[in-house]
Design a protein around this ligand. Structure first.
Ligand SMILES: N[C@@H](CCC(=O)N[C@@H](CS)C(=O)NCC(=O)O)C(=O)O
Length: 259
């Protein structure tokens, strides 16, 4: 008769127990690795990264949102050689270091299938993203300047200039004439994500606030529809956005702007 020795039994039990633990830990590590294999580096604010965040959110791609705050972090990042032009945002995805926000948005758009359903739609999406850059670029610096009378004047000019040119005359009628309620085609695309990012920034305090948007019901409806998409709503819950003063301080500290 073959008797199992107590020592062998203990060994077998040990292997069984620890193998299960090993398998569980490995699965956990793989999940964590997968979860954070996508990394976005910028500051925890809007700037040029928000269009990328919204594209990732719409595509349902989980990412680690890395916000810089010190000059050391900036120096270390430069030393990695990951920034082709020395500037952020940086998206680390699929083993690549992607820079240039509009090119990054297009990459995420293709990867996440949020880039229309035909070449015509993709052209229109690109066209709107470029126009959104034109609209947003002059507004991006508003929170970095004077917050008193000077800001008030700039905001008035912004409302009667770019807001009329882009929102009133172009995007509002384009959305209103599309039965889906999105900018292009029958489903949300990166163009909607970019518009949402821009609207959210310019409607934050101390900028325009939300009231101005009521004049543009189709735009406002798109804004609300986009925020309510489950994958976007999830991102808005976990986002690490800082109040403007802290965001501005972090950018200034990191880049050593002393003015
Ligand atoms: N065209 C680039 C511009 C990138 C850019 O200028 N990023 C700024 C932050 S918004 C930056 O990294 N500035 C620091 C520097 O260039 O030294 C893009 O859209 O990504």
């Amino acid at each position: 008769m073959c008797r199992v020795k107590p020592a062998d039994l203990r060994k077998e039990l040990w292997v069984k127990e620890n193998w299960t633990k090993f398998v569980q830990t490995r699965a956990m590590n793989l999940r964590a690795k997968k979860r954070f294999s996508v990394k976005l580096t910028y500051w925890h604010g809007f700037g040029r990264a928000e269009r990328v965040r919204m594209a990732l959110a719409l595509a349902g791609i989980e990412f680690e949102d890395i916000g810089m705050s010190t000059p050391e972090e900036w120096t270390e990042l430069q030393a990695t050689g990951k920034l082709k032009y020395g500037s952020v945002p940086l998206l680390e995805i699929d083993g690549k270091n992607l820079v240039q926000s509009n090119a990054v948005v297009r990459y995420v758009a293709r990867r996440g299938n949020i880039y229309g359903d035909s070449d015509e739609e993709r052209y229109e999406i690109d066209n709107i993203c470029e126009a959104l850059s034109d609209f947003y670029d002059p507004a991006m610096g508003l929170i970095f300047g004077d917050q008193g009378e000077e800001l008030k004047e700039k905001l008035e000019k912004f409302l009667s200039g770019p807001v009329v040119k882009f929102i009133a005359n172009k995007f509002e009628p384009q959305i209103a004439n599309n039965s889906s309620g999105w900018l292009v085609g029958s489903r949300p695309s990166v163009a909607d994500g970019f518009l949402f990012a821009v609207l959210r920034y310019i409607s934050s305090e101390p900028l325009l606030g939300m009231e101005w948007m009521a004049q543009y019901p189709a735009t406002q409806n798109l804004y609300e529809q986009f925020a309510a998409l489950p994958q976007v709503a999830n991102q808005l819950v976990v986002e690490k956005k800082l109040p403007f003063p802290e965001y501005v301080t972090n950018v200034r500290n990191t880049l050593q702007w002393f003015s």
